[in-house]
Design a protein. Structure first.
Length: 323
């Protein structure tokens, strides 16, 4: 087996025992295994923590007494590791053996701060995500979502961001956007956090890369993750708690990141989406509307963070010798 890849993998688990063995075994079977594997278990009740402790003794485990959310758990994992690259990985994923070897070269470009591979469903024929774009409604859109893997995305490209199910980050980039040591905004708890992080990085001049030969598999929904297309229909099948976070985080993300010009240019699409969402909540989850109103103070915090982001130094690409 070759040397370890300079990567720390952070897996956030919540009642994921049916997926964790395949996920962790695929990491250990990589052609260059990661230097660090850190599992944060969010107070699972299905024996996930015990499974990791007994079957994967080389994996670092943090078993939380409370569900602190996806964002907080990832922040703890990132801060607890030291490798120059961090792979945020959902437990309902498996990676092909060459995944890291084929994705890491994207960072040979010093402007690249995050990278995505091609994620397929477990059937091996359907695309889950070929990198993320920012949609007209300012939603995250997974390229190729739920379409056949027919070669349309077999080309390396620049994208807006990476699906949080398997996103590889440069630690230097994460440090450049951190708020007092927090990389993901913990006000989000879960949902939209991948778009928010990618957007903040992009504002500082970092780029996101897609490498089609880095292939993984994702059981969409296996970790209670919201699809990034068809969110309106998906919300109908979600709990009021999830609906609250999805809508709350949309507004936090927009307020922190969208420019005035971008908002005005996309105003009809944004308002159409928001009116439909609010109408749906009024009919199906009126209590969520009340809870959103109670949480309105978070919008002021997002505005303050927006101002802090504007004062951050932009990423400057350092030219290599001889270039």
């Amino acid at each position: 087996m070759g040397s370890h890849a300079p990567v720390a993998v952070v897996v956030v688990s919540w009642n994921s025992s049916r997926f964790l063995p395949d996920c962790l075994e695929s990491l250990l079977a990589l052609s260059r295994p990661p230097a660090e594997i850190f599992v944060f278990d969010n107070a699972s009740t299905d024996g996930s923590a015990e499974l990791v402790r007994e079957r994967f003794p080389t994996v670092r485990l943090h078993a939380s007494d409370d569900n602190v959310g996806f964002c907080r758990a990832n922040n703890v994992g990132i801060a607890s590791t030291t490798s120059p690259f961090v792979l945020a990985l959902n437990p309902d994923t498996r990676l092909e053996p060459e995944f890291l070897d084929r994705l890491l070269p994207a960072f040979d470009d010093p402007a690249v701060g995050l990278a995505a591979g091609k994620l397929l469903r477990f059937d091996g024929r359907t695309i889950d995500s070929a990198g993320q774009l920012l949609g007209l409604t300012r939603q995250p859109v997974d390229r190729g979502y739920d379409t056949p893997d027919d070669g349309r995305f077999d080309r390396d490209d620049e994208v807006f961001g990476a699906c949080g199910a398997a996103a590889l980050y440069r630690r230097e980039m994460l440090e450049s956007i951190a708020d007092d040591g927090s990389y993901f905004d913990e006000r989000f708890f879960a949902f939209y956090e991948d778009l928010d992080l990618a957007w903040r990085a992009r504002k500082l001049g970092w780029r996101a890369a897609y490498r089609h030969r880095a292939v993984g598999f994702h059981a969409r929904g296996g970790s209670a993750e919201q699809p990034t297309t068809g969110r309106m229909a998906a919300m109908l099948g979600r709990s009021p708690e999830v609906r609250f976070h999805v809508v709350k985080n949309r507004y936090l993300c927009l307020l922190r990141n969208e420019s005035a010009g971008g908002y005005l240019a996309h105003l009809p699409f944004i308002w159409a989406r928001d009116l439909a969402t609010l109408g749906l909540l009024a009919l199906r989850s009126p209590g969520v509307l009340g809870r959103l109103w109670s949480a309105r103070g978070l919008l002021g915090e997002a505005w303050k963070l927006r101002k802090l982001d504007a004062a951050r130094p932009k990423h400057k690409v350092r030219l290599r010798e001889g270039s």
